[in-house]
Design a protein around this ligand. Structure first.
Ligand SMILES: Nc1ncnc2c1ncn2[C@@H]1O[C@H](COP(=O)(O)OP(=O)(O)OP(=O)(O)O)[C@@H](O)[C@H]1O
Ligand SMILES: [Mg+2]
Length: 335
């Protein structure tokens, strides 16, 4: 069989700074992400491990209390569990600040009520999460981490998030064009009106010295566009980003992983490796386990065939859950 041990996956990805670990629910994404992070950290490579799944389990795996801010678990390992509620609150607080900069104060209670409702609008959490992922990605690379590993929510979400930066960039661009067009119209209207002097026109600040509303909106949008564009180019640089898909040797995960590889490939994010988890040894002493082993051997043959153009890695089923730094470190030690 051509499945390699997980330690070799760490070697394959030794020089790849951004890693996304994806796959169906419960297949071992968090275990794989944490194992790689521990391996890099033990080698002295500065690593940031980020969970984007609202149902966090990094805290359980490290038996540590983690949160939305960075926790240092080792000299070379920091961990963050992104909290969608905090992200969305911060996102809307920023929107509110921008609006209050140019709105009649009497209007604010109505606007606040509207913003509160918008927090639970479909897609709002996803958009805020995507912006936060992009921000962490760009900042972590700038801060000099050798690896940023994202432990993601089940497949669909990962795929959607990874192709979104371009969409968000294009969308932000559209808004910017619109803002510029409106700013031009406004400036033309001001110019026609006798109340505006020439010097005021040249100055994008209003009488109170505050940047005017268009200027402010354009600044916010330009900043977001830059962020999405930076994140997008990091994500599509094969030397910088690798997607690793995790699966188990079962019929449904094989199908889902096949679809995921196709979708990712068409989004220019072809997976760099596939990990097959929960393997059992081919020879078992017990009848029940022998039958399972025989069936798994057949499925492993199918996996080798279907995914023959991908590097394949194996993780054996352990007797107990894998918990703590030392246990994770042992996962990549030669047997
Ligand atoms: N090889 C293994 N041997 C024994 N237990 C394992 C193995 N891989 C994973 N587990 C256990 O299975 C459970 C699910 O694994 P894990 O949390 O890594 O999956 P996941 O894909 O991240 O799940 P989710 O989709 O819920 O985030 C955990 O309790 C984990 O400890
Ligand atoms: Mg998980």
């Amino acid at each position: 069989m051509s499945f390699k041990p997980l330690g070799q996956l760490a070697s394959q990805l030794k020089n790849t700074p951004i890693l996304f670990i994806g796959g169906k629910g419960g297949v071992g994404k968090t275990t794989t992400a944490a194992t790689l992070a521990v391996r890099f950290a033990s080698q002295g490579q500065g690593t940031l491990l980020i969970s984007t799944d609202p149902a966090h389990s990094l805290g359980d795996i490290f038996s540590a209390k983690l949160g939305h801010s960075k926790t240092a678990l080792h000299k070379y390992l920091d961990v963050i569990e992104l909290n969608p509620d905090i992200i969305i609150d911060q996102h809307f607080a920023q929107v509110e600040r921008t609006i209050s900069g140019y709105t009649n104060p009497e209007m604010m209670p109505k606007i606040q009520a509207h913003l509160k409702l918008s927090k639970s609008a479909p897609g709002a959490q996803e958009a805020a999460m995507l912006e936060s992922i992009c921000k962490h990605l760009v900042e972590a690379i700038e801060a000099g981490y050798e690896h940023v590993i994202f432990d993601t929510a089940p497949t669909g979400h990962t795929l959607r998030l990874l192709v979104l930066p371009e969409m968000m960039e294009a969308w932000t661009d559209g808004l910017l064009t619109q803002q510029r067009r409106q700013a031009k119209l406004k400036s033309a209207a001001d110019h026609l009106g006798s109340a505006t002097s020439k010097s005021q026109l040249a100055n994008p600040f209003d009488k109170a010295g505050k940047p005017d509303r268009w200027q402010q909106a354009v600044e916010v949008l330009t900043k977001r566009k830059r962020l999405f564009s930076q994140a997008g180019s990091l994500l599509h640089d094969k030397a910088k980003t690798a997607v690793v898909l995790v699966m188990t040797a079962d019929t449904l995960p094989i199908e889902e992983t096949r679809r995921a590889t196709e979708q990712l490939t068409s989004a220019q994010l072809r997976p760099a490796a596939i990990v097959v988890n929960q393997l059992i040894r081919p020879k078992q002493s017990d009848d029940f386990w022998q039958q399972r082993a025989t069936r798994q051997q057949k499925l492993l043959g199918d996996i080798e065939q279907i995914f023959k153009s991908y590097p394949l890695y194996e993780i054996y089923l352990q007797q107990t859950d894998i918990r703590g730094f030392a246990a994770l470190e042992a996962m990549t030690n030669p047997e």
